[in-house]
Design a protein around this ligand. Structure first.
Ligand SMILES: C[S@@+](CC[C@H](N)C(=O)[O-])C[C@H]1O[C@@H](n2cnc3c(N)ncnc32)[C@H](O)[C@@H]1O
Length: 211
């Protein structure tokens, strides 16, 4: 997105996209230090208002994230909900998990956000109960393997937001591997009678509701 458009949107939001912005900055700082293969790309702060919209639609008690990074989105999601909502966030890189746990402690969010150490494909089969909101923001090559768990771990009315679709459609990550996995995941999700799905062109996220 053009810098001028970002600035205009931030002005329009007037502070409503500013929650935990320091964690966004720390995520980028860490990636630059960590090295070329580090994939700690925090979500755009312009997506932060989405979580208040999702929270007011679902009144979540439980949120699940795959791909915690430094904890930016988990903190934003926790703050967008009431104190009765718990966030489980899965992180494969032990260094990232440790940074996020420290960040949650510093923000007094440790009791509300739990970091599950490991890969999404290994942790999801072990999870129980229903989540009201699921945010997929990790390795897109695993997404097709998540399908049966997304069904099992949601209830009618749950919302699933899937990020990292760009490698299939263009923009960031256009040269990265895993296009067939994204296409297979989206095709299955869109055709699955348990979900209605909207793919946001340009933003390359999808939003699904469990029916
Ligand atoms: C795009 S960042 C997510 C950042 C975070 N959601 C945010 O917006 O601030 C991706 C994170 O997912 C982690 N990750 C990558 N593949 C994963 C997987 N298969 N399971 C769990 N975590 C994964 C990476 O180590 C990285 O920290």
């Amino acid at each position: 997105m053009k810098k001028s458009v970002t600035q205009l949107l931030m002005k329009i939001y007037g502070g409503r996209a500013d929650a935990h912005l320091d964690l966004y900055g720390l995520s980028n700082q860490h990636r630059h230090k960590h090295g070329r293969d580090c994939d700690m790309y925090p979500s755009d702060p312009l997506q932060a208002p989405l979580w208040r919209v999702v929270a007011s639609l679902t009144h979540p008690r439980r949120i699940l994230e795959v791909g915690c990074g430094h904890g930016y989105t988990a903190a934003v999601m926790a703050s967008a909900t009431g104190p009765g909502c718990h966030v489980d966030t899965i992180e494969a890189d032990p260094q990232h998990a440790a940074l996020a746990e420290q960040a949650f402690q510093e923000r007094d969010l440790s009791r509300r956000i739990n970091v599950l150490h490991g890969r999404g494909q290994d942790i999801l089969p072990r999870l129980k109960g229903r989540y009201d909101v699921v945010f997929l923001d990790g390795d897109w090559r695993e997404y097709p393997r998540y399908m049966p768990h997304l069904r099992r771990l949601t209830r009618p009315g749950s919302i699933i937001v899937t990020a990292n679709l760009n490698p299939l459609f263009g923009g960031w990550g256009g040269r990265l591997r895993g296009k067939p996995a994204i296409q297979s995941y989206l095709t299955r999700l869109v055709r699955d009678p348990h979900f209605y799905t909207y793919i946001i062109p340009g933003e390359w996220h999808s939003i699904s509701v469990r029916v």
